[in-house]
Ligand binder design. Structure first.
Ligand code: HEC
Ligand code: HEC
Ligand code: HEC
Ligand code: HEC
Ligand code: HEC
Ligand code: HEC
Length: 347
């Protein structure tokens, strides 16, 4: 039994030793309390994450009406945004237009292309989601616009964004009065489809003859395109973001005119008179161009050949005033005189 006692004794000693060791690691009593720390400063209240968003995305219905009008515009329904390469892309696609403005789309580079192109839309003309505040309704183009084919720049006010696309393309060679003969090598000779800004300002066309001067429209209508085309219209048929000048019935939207043309009946008669006169002058000019052989009857395409500058210039003016589509309204006095001078120069 001695052995057993010895083992019990050793076990008891080991237990005692470990207990003593454990009690040695116990913390001592707490020290005296320290001095109070300085109070922290109050933080600034955080902004409501959507506070600025709802100034546009609210239920005022303004976004919905603009969107519906835009959906009825040719910007939304036309299919020319398929022209998504090179220079074409900077007027025909939204991304190409914005990329040309900020330099990220180098349209002159070989193979330049805008994939998944969008037509002109909210993001093209407004700085949508730039600052995420209503300031983003600001237009993407403001101030003077450089006009191709000339050294002229012109400030169209709110219409400068329109004039950036709705102006003629560069023509090379460009005819000069009394200058060298012009060789026309393709059927599309001229300033392209949308030369409204040129007609409105009277620059970049073949300004032949004397007595040419702009109508008061050019100087008095300081927001240019926007004053007439974005005036309050008829449902989603004209005006606003449809940008159409006529209702479905064919009636002119005169909302943007009445500040100056108070008598709407007289204005409508003036429009008919002017457009009839301009259509007549265009027909007279076309007959002469067909006789010269610079165009063929029944087609506005130019016929390849080498022509006197007055003939090439007449082709250019004929196409530009036709493609302008306002039949003189954009710049009444200038358009009438230009067509008369162009016809006289062919005699
Ligand atoms: C300047 C007014 C404006 C402000 C401010 C604004 N938005 Fe928009 N937002 C728009 C317009 C315009 C559209 C395009 C509507 C359309 O395509 O019909 C749009 C589209 C959107 C869309 C759909 C996007 C898409 O690609 O389909 C979302 C989501 C959106 N906004 C969220 C926000 C949020 C979140 C904020 C704030 C952080 C905000 N927006 C601030 C005007 C605004
Ligand atoms: C990014 C270039 C671009 C801008 C900016 C632009 N447009 Fe256009 N616009 C076009 C193109 C391209 C078409 C033809 C669309 C098509 O054929 O698919 C067009 C078509 C139109 C049409 C219909 C033309 C027709 O032949 O019936 C009107 C009207 C119009 N635009 C007015 C305006 C006004 C007003 C502004 C300024 C508020 C403006 N556009 C800004 C490129 C532009
Ligand atoms: C300076 C801007 C600009 C450039 C560059 C440009 N276009 Fe256009 N183009 C327009 C505008 C604006 C219209 C719309 C005119 C209208 O409908 O009244 C248009 C109209 C057209 C149309 C007629 C569309 C229709 O529905 O009647 C075709 C086709 C076209 N362009 C092809 C091209 C091609 C191809 C290129 C490149 C080689 C090109 N455009 C370059 C501005 C431009
Ligand atoms: C072709 C260019 C163009 C396009 C595309 C366009 N806008 Fe506009 N928008 C304008 C112009 C120019 C004005 C200024 C009109 C004025 O002051 O009379 C304007 C004004 C507005 C306003 C009033 C802004 C303010 O300061 O109160 C709203 C809202 C608006 N646009 C919404 C839209 C929406 C939504 C879309 C897309 C569905 C759109 N716009 C597409 C050119 C455009
Ligand atoms: C004095 C008012 C006025 C101004 C300013 C004006 N337009 Fe027009 N625009 C008209 C009228 C009127 C028509 C002819 C509509 C018709 O006879 O069917 C027209 C026709 C057009 C068309 C052909 C499509 C359509 O609606 O018939 C386009 C595109 C166009 N204008 C663009 C512009 C651009 C871009 C500017 C600015 C450079 C501009 N307009 C300035 C009144 C104006
Ligand atoms: C800011 C003023 C102003 C606005 C806006 C305006 N016009 Fe004019 N318009 C004039 C003046 C001034 C004349 C006459 C002098 C001239 O043409 O130089 C004129 C001339 C005309 C003419 C030629 C006939 C004439 O009386 O000599 C027509 C047609 C015309 N305007 C149509 C329109 C149409 C259509 C609109 C609206 C879509 C419009 N104008 C908007 C000031 C304006």
């Amino acid at each position: 039994m001695k052995v057993l006692n010895r083992i019990s004794f050793m076990l008891a000693m080991t237990l005692l030793a470990s207990m003593t060791f454990m009690s040695c690691t116990k913390e001592g009593p707490a020290g005296l309390a320290g001095k109070d720390g300085k109070d922290g400063e109050d933080g600034i209240n955080g902004q409501d994450g959507t506070a600025t968003c709802i100034q546009c995305h609210d239920n005022s219905q303004s976004l919905a009406s603009k969107t519906m009008q835009w959906e009825a515009s040719y910007h939304a329904t036309g299919d020319a945004f398929a022209r998504n390469t090179g220079e074409c892309a900077i007027c025909h696609t939204s991304q190409g237009f914005l990329g040309n403005l900020d330099g990220t789309f180098d349209w002159e580079a070989t193979g330049a292309i805008v994939n998944n192109p969008n037509p002109p839309n909210c993001y093209t003309c407004h700085a949508i989601h730039d600052s995420y505040t209503p300031g983003d309704w600001g237009l993407t183009v403001s101030g003077a616009v450089a006009m191709r084919n000339t050294a002229v720049t012109f400030d169209f006010g709110k219409g400068s964004v329109c004039a950036s696309c709705h102006q003629g393309r560069t023509v090379n060679p460009f005819p000069t009065v009394g200058g060298a003969d012009i060789t026309i090598s393709n059927t599309r000779y001229g300033v392209h489809h949308g030369p409204m800004a040129n007609v409105f300002t009277g620059v970049g066309l073949f300004n032949v003859g004397t007595g040419l001067s702009n109508s008061l429209h050019t100087t008095m209508i300081t927001d240019a395109c926007v004053t007439c085309h974005l005036a309050n219209g008829y449902g989603a048929e004209s005006g606003g973001h449809t940008m159409w000048m006529r209702n479905g019935s064919g009636a002119m939207n005169t909302a943007g005119c009445i500040a100056c043309h108070a008598d709407v009946t007289a204005l409508n008669a003036d429009i008919v008179a002017l457009q009839t006169q301009v259509a007549g002058l265009l027909a007279e000019l076309k007959t002469k161009l067909d006789a010269i052989g610079a165009t063929n009857a029944g087609s506005d395409n130019s016929v390849a050949g080498t022509y006197a500058p007055e003939v090439a210039g007449a082709v250019l003016n004929y196409k530009a005033i036709t493609e302008d589509k306002s039949l003189g309204v954009h710049n009444p006095t200038y358009v009438v005189k230009l067509l008369q001078n162009t016809i006289a120069a062919l005699d």
